[in-house]
Design a binder for this molecule. Structure first.
Ligand SMILES: Nc1ncnc2c1ncn2[C@@H]1O[C@H](COP(=O)(O)OP(=O)(O)O)[C@@H](O)[C@H]1O
Ligand SMILES: [Mg+2]
Length: 260
């Protein structure tokens, strides 16, 4: 199927880079898969694709078939469970920096949407690159998303950043499903002491902007390590951050499918 035919289509966006969009995209995709949903994850960061590394599959390639469609890469997360992934990293040797301009990037994204032979997807998740350039506009046109998920930080600047992202979504004519506050608070993994120095910026922003708040994810060294080592974080279910992801996934399912 084409990505635009997935039953639910979500874009993960933020007002700026480095706030955890890719982390959130990857873990939401895996989380939904663990609840039995068939998920396709599209890495829309054409010039800086991070998804394959976070999933530990950066050496994979997408192979073109005879009819010129391309199979996505399947990432297993347990017996009979996994997600389908498309990324520029599966098409190119990434030793050379990619310096393509807008129209070429859009062409690649169109191929991910049109030519990748996705399975029978319940969910399509699109991990957007930072910024407000061509990608969100093209993706919004190509896949007509149900909505965007906005990732922001807990700090005071979160309001500004979230405002920008909500404004972008509204310009695109795409509903905002809600805001996730990432890097929110820190519990010492050894002694359990809560070292939170700041939390709540994302929630306040959601309130002020009149959009739903989907939940917060703690600063967790395990997330960073898992991302660097390419081991899906959500599978380690004993940490607070993993529980937060699980709650967000259940909330999303309830919100989008009207059940849990
Ligand atoms: N909650 C978190 N706790 C610890 N590290 C995190 C958390 N969220 C993201 N990171 C780390 O921060 C870095 C940037 O995250 P990333 O998801 O790549 O952001 P973006 O896609 O918005 O640029 C990565 O190294 C990631 O592992
Ligand atoms: Mg990213």
């Amino acid at each position: 199927m084409k990505l635009s035919e997935a039953r639910h289509r979500l874009m993960v966006m933020s007002g700026k880079g480095g706030v955890g969009k890719t982390t959130v995209s990857v873990n939401l995709a895996l989380g939904l898969a663990l609840y039995g949903r068939h998920v396709g994850l599209m890495d829309a960061d054409v010039t800086g694709p991070n998804v394959p590394k976070m999933l530990g599959v950066e050496r994979e390639f997408m192979e073109a078939r005879e009819d010129r469609t391309v199979d996505p890469v399947f990432v297993s997360v347990g017996p009979g469970t996994g997600i389908e992934v498309a990324s520029m990293a599966f098409l190119a040797e990434m030793d050379e920096p990619i310096v393509w301009k807008g129209p070429v990037k859009v062409q690649v994204l169109r191929q991910f949407v049109e030519d990748v032979a996705w399975g029978d997807l319940d969910y399509a998740i699109v991990d957007l690159p930072p910024g407000t350039s061509d990608e969100p506009v093209s993706i919004a046109q190509m896949v007509a998303p149900d909505g965007v998920i906005i990732v922001t930080t807990p700090y005071d600047v979160a309001l500004m950043d979230a405002e920008r992202a909500v404004g972008m979504a509204r310009n695109l004519g795409v509903p905002v499903i809600g805001i996730i506050e990432n890097l929110s608070g820190f519990c010492c993994p050894k002694c359990g002491h809560d070292l939170s120095f700041k939390a709540g910026g994302g929630e306040k922003a959601a309130e002020r902007l009149g959009v739903p708040f989907l939940g917060r994810i703690e600063v967790d060294p395990g997330i960073c390590r898992a991302g660097d080592e390419g081991k899906p974080f959500v599978l380690r279910t004993e940490t607070p951050a993993a529980r937060s992801f699980d709650e967000i996934v259940r909330g999303l399912i309830e919100c989008l499918e009207g059940e849990s």
